[in-house]
Design a protein. Structure first.
Length: 262
């Protein structure tokens, strides 16, 4: 029995299927891709809201950060279960581009459309949540504190943090690819996402909702739009490197780059 369990090459199966799956995602019709991207931005924004609620009036201890990560992970679970289009997960499209299964122009086009679609979804949910009165009391204070912390980071810190963040997010996405049940997908996602949130790492799409929520919670203050744009720029580039590196490295480890190219 034990031998049969260890002989089951789950990692190999995911590596074999990933290049084609990721290439197919990039080849969806543009209109459909945009709708799914808006949904993904909204789902991640719901995760951001859940994380802020978990932090409200709770201080900044390690246990609170882990709880916040647990709450945020629900956002990525919704993305993966529904099949929405998330930019940070789609950075793994570098894998099929490397094997020749996806043309660079199509990949960059898909990235651009999904990034802006994610932004639309994130902003809509942030505005609706603020309009609903959800940023009162401790939730609003948590949003302001988190946004200020993110804007206080140097570009180098944001960049390095973003690489680490998307390594973890893409590991979660990668592991969930072969899950056949909702429970399996949820379990695959939970650990890596909880780590990146608890560690305070930079996820460009999460920041599309977290930064506006911080600004909306303090209507009397002028939002640091330049700082926000710089955060998104450096976190986006870092996320691309982290996510692409994970996909290519795992595929290489399973000898799938050579086989796919052949």
């Amino acid at each position: 029995m034990a031998e049969a369990i260890f002989d089951d090459p789950v990692g190999e199966k995911i590596a074999a299927a990933a290049p084609e799956m990721l290439a197919d995602k990039a080849k969806k019709p543009w209109a459909r891709m945009l709708v799914l991207a808006i949904l993904a931005g909204a789902f991640i924004a719901f995760g951001s809201i859940a994380a802020l609620v978990a932090q409200a009036d709770m201080g900044d201890g390690g246990a609170v950060r882990l709880l916040s990560g647990l709450a945020f992970s629900v956002g990525l679970m919704m993305v993966m279960i529904v099949g929405a289009e998330l930019f940070t997960g789609n950075t793994m499209m570098l894998l099929p581009m490397t094997t020749g299964a996806l043309k660079p122009g199509r990949m960059f086009g898909a990235w651009t459309l999904v990034w802006f679609g994610n932004l639309i979804g994130a902003l809509v949910i942030a505005l609706l949540f603020a309009g609903s009165g959800g940023l009162g009391d401790g939730v609003g204070e948590a949003a302001i504190t988190l946004a200020d912390d993110k804007l206080a980071k140097s570009p180098a810190a944001i960049f390095c943090s973003a690489i680490l963040a998307n390594m973890l997010v893409c590991l979660a996405v990668w592991m969930s690819m072969n899950a056949r049940t909702i429970t399996g997908k949820a379990v695959s996602i939970l650990g890596p996402v909880m780590i990146f949130v608890a560690a305070g790492l930079e996820h460009s799409i999460a920041n599309m909702s977290l930064l506006p929520l911080g600004w909306l919670a303090a209507p009397g203050a002028s939002p640091d739009l330049i700082g926000g744009l710089l955060n998104l720029a450096f976190s986006t580039v870092g996320n691309v490197i982290g996510g692409g590196a994970v996909a290519v490295a795992i595929a290489f480890g399973h000898d799938r780059l050579r086989q796919s190219a052949g």
